[in-house]
Design a protein around this ligand. Sequence first.
Ligand code: ZN
Ligand code: ZN
Length: 472
Amino acid sequence: MTVLISGGTVIGPTGSSAMDVLIDGERIAALLEPGSTRLGSDLAATAERVIDATGKYVIPGGVDCHTHMELPFGGTYASDTFETGTRAAAWGGTTTIVDFAVQRTGERVQDGLAAWHAKAEGQCAIDYGFHQIIGGVDDDALKAMDELVAEGITSFKLFMAYPGVLYSDDGQILRAMQTAAANGAMVMMHAENGIAIDVLVHQALSRGETAPVNHGLTRPWETEEEAVHRAIMLARLTGAPLYIVHMSAKQGVATLQAHRDQGLNVFGETCPQYLYLSLEEHLAAPGFEGAKWVCSTPVRAAAEGHQHELWKYLRTNDLSVVSTDHCPFCMKEQKELGVGDFSKIPNGIGSVEHRMDLLFQGVVDGRISKERWVELCSTTPARMFGLHGRKGVIAPGADADVVVYDPKGHTSIGYGKTHHMNMDHSPWEGFEIDGHVDTVLSRGAVVIDGGEYLGSKGHGRYLKRGLSQYLL
Ligand SMILES: [Zn+2]
Ligand SMILES: [Zn+2]
């Protein structure tokens, strides 16, 4: 099938230009000057399908490199399956996810990975890859890291939080980083001092402070900044590249910035919730409502000025990627596990559907350029995790993952409005976006078209990734 997307403005990280995009089968075949006759006198007449993108943006499909479909957490499971979660992603213009296979303390790495392949295989609407969480660093796990790199799993997430479940101590982190430095893999870090946090949580509960807001109050910025610094020092010591996930404290990013300025391969990611939501307005909502916004790291106090600073760091590239950390839970029977004890609220927010729109609002609001929008949401995550050339760019030879985005459109986010994630509420209720995802193609197949879902489960393929293409 040949598709011609004509009349639009193609946006990449280095600029925007009026170009027609010719797709042949699953790949992009050519970029052409509008009305070019070089491939035939009337391409529009010979293409099997023509998509009119006049007045619209043509962007590479979103790459969300941080999702948790069906993640077991706190006695329950993240409520999106690979089927429902990737379908919601497609609705929002995301055409690739990289999810986290999990090894918990005491389990075999390969067993965790096999379980994730089994969950995803034949279920996805869009392409998917995996990072591997190493929750129990030992000799076997270190050996497994080498094996997995050869299988296209080239990034490993470690936790400085969640003692007894996923936590690594400093010696374990050091050994995993030494292994990554040798095999070329990226180390991803959940940087929060979980040992200190657990004490603060216990103390708050014993004072009778049980409401959701205490989730944020017991994870103050110092616990993030301290872990960020420690992780960077261990990375520096070992020579491993380091990617710090879901950064929310401005002080943590300032520390990251200082070490990036020294030329280290250390990178930061943030998520829409840290740019838009706050402790005061969301986590401290009346009654148990705040549970909707319990995630780790926590959404932080607007009075401390984090949100504004994080936008700045997106512009300076001290934060290089915006992912979602999509980890949805329903209120009923899931978040409700924490009524009367905030520490039992499953940690996570669902956003996989809304990232492209939420960040486009940053373009409309003058916080980032439209080129930076594409870079943060598509191009850099693909390069960071070894998918450059296939994903994150509109270029000949790349997979035809393309979104036609209407900058003059409108999207009302909310349950019962735009909502395809498997949740009984929207953490983004009431957000109004000055833009709209019109058409989405995944490897040349139209999956979203004019408000209709045309995709199918099983279309999405497993992506064997290469090593990071973003290192200094
Ligand atoms: Zn995390
Ligand atoms: Zn996560």
